[in-house]
Design a protein around this ligand. Structure first.
Ligand code: ADP
Ligand code: ASP
Ligand code: MG
Length: 443
């Protein structure tokens, strides 16, 4: 028996009390070494011993997925996407088989399943597949037998091609949420290496504060703008299927963060969090032919190449004899594909294609921003005072993003987190009269 002490978490918000189906997901750090894996197994068993049916979704151990990507890169500059998925999907299988062994040693029945065996059906878009169906019959049978079911995260099978697919980086979160929806689980527990969702990445901002709850809308914006703690698609899936996500630490007890509908949130700060990403790239098309349909053709080509485009800016030509300038950002890994896709549209679409692969982005997110003007002005001033040049700006009703040089991202995040007073000792709630209580929060 592993000597891992796991206290019960009964009474914690979002935790099933017994007789329910619970989905628990453990990320890479949470299953990295043998002791971590046994700790996860003990947590899973504790949940089973509370009388719940338990499905655990596991990620690949530690840096396994990165190592597999490096291996592929050592063999080929352009690995076949199908074979990439065959390779990448192995990491999660290792975790699940080992965890099942640990659970048997703890005196419980366990069965590990690949994504395909678990009924995770996807489209055929290799390395970025979307879940289109969950056929959970085999899992349900195993649960009815009393087994604990371990499901390899991040993968599925395409019914069209019958091939193994993967769901994009961080995709085990989406496996877990999709299973929670299909099984009618009372909660989807995401166990990770931080205590929950914070007001900024706690690795970059040690003073960041853990949020007790956050709305789906805000979490979607956070995930979309770089908070990798929950994969964007997992949050979308949870919102669309009404799944309760409970994000918490696998290393310590604690209440974690609940992702809930906006009506349920008790906090109503105008700025909730600062997010960032440092792995973006910008493409600028200078002198784009100024005729109807050009943007449509360019972005259709990017969509067909499965490239996610983020911030887009187009300037009117200075005169009729000039072309327009069009800039947009993409994930750095997609840069080569994006440029190829545009060149394939029409080589004369633009006079010049310029790229910058050292682009980062800093964003602030907050539902209260809708009703508080002046937040954008404050963001720009804070960055200006730090001597950080804003290269592109995009906004949504609850988010302001600035594209900046990648190497200035940490300074920008800390300056914004400080200026909006998001840290541990800050008061930033509206009181019942709607009056804002942030000390440095007025704009
Ligand atoms: P896992 O392997 O468990 O899926 P991830 O590395 O995908 O873990 O996500 C957890 C990491 O997300 C944390 O270690 C943290 O550095 C990062 N992170 C970024 N932004 C946030 C945030 N706002 N709150 C919490 N964690 C964040
Ligand atoms: N192992 C995959 C990754 O590193 C999926 C996951 O951990 O969610 O992206
Ligand atoms: Mg993750």
């Amino acid at each position: 028996m592993a000597e891992v002490n796991v206290e019960t978490s009964q009474g914690t918000p979002g935790v099933a009390a017994g007789g329910e189906t619970v989905v628990m997901k453990f990320g890479g750090t949470s299953v990295a070494g043998p002791e971590d894996l046994k700790r996860a197994a003990a947590r899973i068993v504790a949940e089973r011993e509370r009388g719940n049916k338990v499905v655990a979704v596991l990620s690949a151990r530690g840096k396994t997925t990165d190592e597999l990507l490096t291996m592929a890169g050592e063999i080929s500059d352009r690995p076949s996407p199908r074979e990439m998925d065959m390779l990448l999907s192995t990491g999660e299988r290792i975790s699940c088989a080992l965890c099942a062994m640990a659970i048997w040693d703890l005196g419980h029945q366990a069965i590990s399943l690949t994504g395909s065996q678990a009924g995770i059906v996807t489209d055929s878009s290799h390395t970025k597949a979307r879940i289109v169906d969950v056929r959970a019959g085999r899992i349900e049978q195993a649960l009815d037998r009393g087994d604990i079911v371990l499901v390899a995260g991040f993968q599925g099978v395409s019914t069209d091609s019958k091939d193994v697919t993967t769901l994009g980086r961080g995709g085990s979160d989406t496996t877990a949420v999709a299973l929670a929806a299909a099984l009618g689980a009372s909660v989807c527990e995401i166990y990770t290496d931080v205590a929950g969702v914070f007001t900024a990445d706690p690795r970059l901002v040690p003073a960041a504060r853990k949020l007790v709850q956050i709305s789906f809308e805000e979490m979607l914006e956070m995930s979309a703008s770089g908070a990798g703690v929950l994969q964007l698609r997992s949050v979308e899936y949870a919102r669309n299927h009404g799944v309760r996500i409970h994000c918490r630490s696998s290393f310590e007890e604690g209440t974690g963060t609940l992702v809930v509908a906006e009506e349920e949130t008790m906090e109503n700060p105008f700025v909730t969090a600062v997010t960032h990403s440092s792995d973006e790239a910008r493409v600028t098309l200078a002198g784009v032919r100024n005729e109807p349909g050009m943007a449509g053709r360019i972005f259709t080509a990017l969509a067909d190449a499965n490239v996610n485009v983020d911030v887009i800016i187009q300037n009117e030509p200075v005169s009729t004899s000039h072309g327009a300038d069009l800039s947009f950002t993409v994930g750095r890994n997609d840069l080569a594909t994006a440029v190829e896709a545009i060149e394939a549209v029409d080589v004369s679409a633009a006079e010049e294609i310029l790229t910058d692969d050292k682009i980062g982005k800093v964003s602030i997110v907050g539902a209260g921003m809708r009703s508080h003007p002046g937040v954008a002005a404050k963001v720009f001033k804070v960055l200006g005072d730090e001597g950080i040049n804003i290269e592109m700006i995009s906004t949504s009703p609850i988010k302001i993003s600035c594209v900046i040089a990648a190497d200035r991202v940490p300074d920008a995040v800390r300056a914004l987190h400080d200026s909006f007073d998001l840290g541990d000792d800050a008061i930033h709630y509206e009181d019942s009269t709607g009056e804002h209580k942030a000390r440095a929060g007025s704009r």
